[in-house]
Write a protein that binds this ligand. Sequence first.
Ligand code: DGJ
Length: 714
Amino acid sequence: MKKIALLLVAALLCSLGAAAQDKPIIKVETQGVQLVFKVGDNGRLYQSYLGKRLTHEADLKHLPKGTEAYITHGMEDYFESALEVEHSDHNSSTELKYVSHEVTTQADGATLTTITLADDVYPTSVKLRFAAYADQDIIVESTEITNGEKKPVVLRQYASSMLHMRRSHYYLTEYSGDWANEVNMSQTELNFGKKVLDSKLGSRASMFMPSFFQVALDAPATETTGDVLVGTLAWTGNYRFCLEVDQHNALRVVSGINPYFSAYTLKAGEKFTTPDFIFTLSDAGRGKAARNFHTWARNYRLKDGNGNRMTLLNNWEATYFDFNEEKLVNLMDDAVKLGVDLFLLDDGWFGNKYPRSSDHQGLGDWQETEGKLPHKVGYLCQKAKEKGVKFGIWIEPEMVNPKSELYENHKDWVIHLPNRKEYYFRNQLVLDLSNPKVQDHVFGVVDRLLTDYPEIAFFKWDCNSPITNIYSPYLKEQQTHLYVDYVRGLYKVLDRIKAKYPNVPMMLCSGGSGRIDYEALRYFTEFWPSDNTDPVERLYIQWGYSNVYPVKAQCAHVTTWNRGADIKFRMDVASMGKMGLDIKCTDMKPEEVEFCHDAVMNYNRMKPVILDGDQYRLVSPYEGNHASTMFVSPDKAKAVVFAFDVNPRYAERTYPVKLQGLDPNREYRVKETNLRGDKYWFNGRTYSGDYLMTVGLELFSNRRGLTSHVIELE
Ligand code: DGJ
């Protein structure tokens, strides 16, 4: 008897040992970053490590178990959870245990790790997905939640990602602002408690803060030093990042759709897939993190990320709503004089019962205004063709003015409260994209234009209102689905457009201020960062967005904002992005028009380096009176350096600026371009990359006034 008992104990111990050994260590890794998960004895999944990739595989076993990876509501944790499910019996607890994991290769080459977790008590399962892009150190994470119950359940919290860090200090950089004053960088140290960055605008990710953040770990980061976690949510609607430090000074970052007024009911057997949370971890400061995002975006996310971008002339600031055919054709002549590729017709071309003569009426009625365009858009396409420029057009198809035929005929398509006075943002309302009929209407706006005028070569898609008066006539008793279903409806429309017209470039616009995210950028080639085109302000705004978005996607236009900056300064700032002009030649002297033309030609030559090269931000406008940024071609054979004296002080001491990213063993010839007035004394000289990066160049001066320089290195 005793013998049998001993044998049983031995067998049990063996099986426990085997179970412990069988517990997998799951690695999600890129060249430089490693995210490691372990399974605890309780069967739950733990995030054991997130940091620089360890050199020796064997060391992974020494890593501590860590913190539960995707913490659920209702169990023993006292801080922010990633998932809250109200089961059909109204019990809101979920406990997830490891079931399996698999590693596959995605169509785009990324390594996809999928970890499946499930509850023992309820048939709720969760898949955590991590796509790792090895060369760019980018990890794209999303979550799929399945309701296996026979009745509906309600998702109250459904994060895309939960990440844990255990470091001595956390320094959060956030980018708050407002319309025409976007992405102002500020830093705060995170201490015990929560910091929430979120938005509730509905039709766009942000206006007051873009949907990305940086956290420097242990110590504040610089452009070239420090460990930094940078994350962004690919979702064109309400987002939320909750950064919470607990009593052990551990940080958790919970990222996803904002759960605010968004409880989501899943029917029996239904799945919910969250948007992507995209992050990188740099051990060499913000600059490297930004380049990781830029290269990844151009190669894997941004529409036509490796393609060309057209320069353009837009009529918005040249005419506003006050134009006719003659004025537009004259502006096409300006486009020719300036040497740009495309003429872009902005707001104000549509509406007959209520002509769009101001932003108070006409939105939604997408027929050409007879008084303004008697020969319709086809005539403008024809004129553009004759002049050798392409033609693009502005639309804002998700919106409606109450003074419009669309509103009169289809009030049931409009998001509004049936029993209250309507509140308008820019005199307009948002159409209910959760309704498939509205999706057809929005698709139809683009489809009609491209069917009637296949010459249209570009769209500027605007979105000037957040969702106000939140109530969907279509969703009826499921009102808390509206924020999510609006965005999903938008993606359905964009998918149809992309499928039928895959090659038409489109600009994503929302009066600036932030309809910018990496899901929308699957469909858009570029975005409008701000209505503020003052070149001094743009130095800050373009710097802010470049923490996550490549300059190839950032439209930068020359306008008449800030005439204190000369035309060279304005052209030089716009040359650091996807260049356009929004100005008329009659606002400039002939010599200025000629300068712009030459600068556009120079830009065309430098474009491959600026738009497809690696960006090194040398001197931040936030740090003093000057700013400098450079771009280096991937083969390091060429570079373009921009330098700006923004607020030089009398007798201020300036110092050489050390360049970055060059080949130390190559010789580079310095050639200044966009010349107008003074040039650098070292123009025409040749230096080694080592010299340029170690000693640097005297790029700044203390002369009064705004000055700028552009140099090409070859
Ligand atoms: C807001 C945009 O940012 C502007 O460029 C212009 O297109 C207007 N909308 C038109 O209404």
